[in-house]
Design a binder for this molecule. Structure first.
Ligand SMILES: Nc1nc2c(ncn2[C@@H]2O[C@H](COP(=O)(O)OP(=O)(O)O)[C@@H](O)[C@H]2O)c(=O)[nH]1
Ligand SMILES: [Mg+2]
Length: 235
């Protein structure tokens, strides 16, 4: 087994400085062969330099770059295309789903044989205990809508913290360019009849830098994806 860990990065210079220590320590403790693919999505700060330095030092760290900002969805798709692992995990650059929790995803996959395992902060009250209400409530509402649209198999349609069977992920035709890509992937896995599973995961708050989420823009993108998904389920 080879695990490819994809990390989209947009203006994450301070967070990326923690990869060398915190990220690698957590990944090495998993005890599985891994590679990290960080995608610098046209950052304006020093993210590109930090990632390139790391790529020079570590053989299992690849730095990919977009010339200009193309969005989280495009960054993940660039990462998927460069991954050589038979399993792919996706992670936030701010490590707010701590990479040590990948153990939970790997264990649940082994127990269930699933093609996709989602880390859900909504399965257990501890999962979002550190998240302020003004982030938690909109997120619960959006995930509730996806449950109505795509089914109750999952509680976490929007979070990035996942493990995918690479072959299954590559079989999907993905269109999303923004944060809604995680919901699109989950919906496509379900629609294709692939096996999905969830495990409780803890979401913490960012230690450095600022959130790149623009609430109105993302709400609009979720709305458009919802329309696309309901059309494709009718046809
Ligand atoms: N590549 C890329 N990554 C992005 C973009 N916007 C956000 N991200 C990354 O996606 C992850 C989630 O973004 P974040 O700002 O932490 O959103 P939040 O956790 O919802 O507040 C982080 O790793 C960001 O660096 C983007 O436009 N392109
Ligand atoms: Mg974040």
């Amino acid at each position: 087994m080879l695990l490819s860990v994809i990390i989209p990065c947009f203006d994450e210079e301070a967070a990326a400085a923690r990869f060398e220590t915190e990220l690698f320590q957590a990944l090495e403790a998993l005890g599985v062969p891994f590679e990290v693919i960080a995608v610098d999505d046209g950052s304006y700060d020093g993210t590109g330099g930090v990632l390139r330095n790391l790529a020079g030092e570590r053989r299992n760290f690849k730095a990919k770059a977009h010339e200009y900002n193309r969005g989280l969805g495009q960054a993940l798709r660039t990462g998927f295309a460069s991954a050589s692992g038979d399993w792919i995990a996706t992670l936030d650059a701010d490590l707010t789903f701590h990479p040590s929790q990948l153990r939970l995803l790997l264990d649940r996959q082994r127990e269930t044989g699933a093609d996709m395992v989602c880390g859900s902060p909504f399965l257990d009250p501890a999962g979002t205990a550190q998240v302020p209400w003004w982030r938690r409530l909109p997120s619960l509402a959006v995930n509730g809508l996806y449950r109505r649209l795509c089914g109750p198999a999952l509680t976490a349609y929007t979070p990035i913290f996942r493990l995918y069977r690479a072959e299954a992920l590559r079989s999907l035709r993905l269109e999303s360019t923004g944060f809604e890509i995680n919901a699109e992937i989950a919906a496509r896995f379900l629609a294709a009849g692939l096996r999905v599973a969830e495990v409780p995961a803890v979401l913490t708050v960012r230690r450095e830098g600022s959130s790149k989420l623009s609430p109105l823009r993302e709400l609009w993108r979720h709305f458009r994806l919802g329309v696309r998904l309901s059309r494709s389920s009718q046809s």
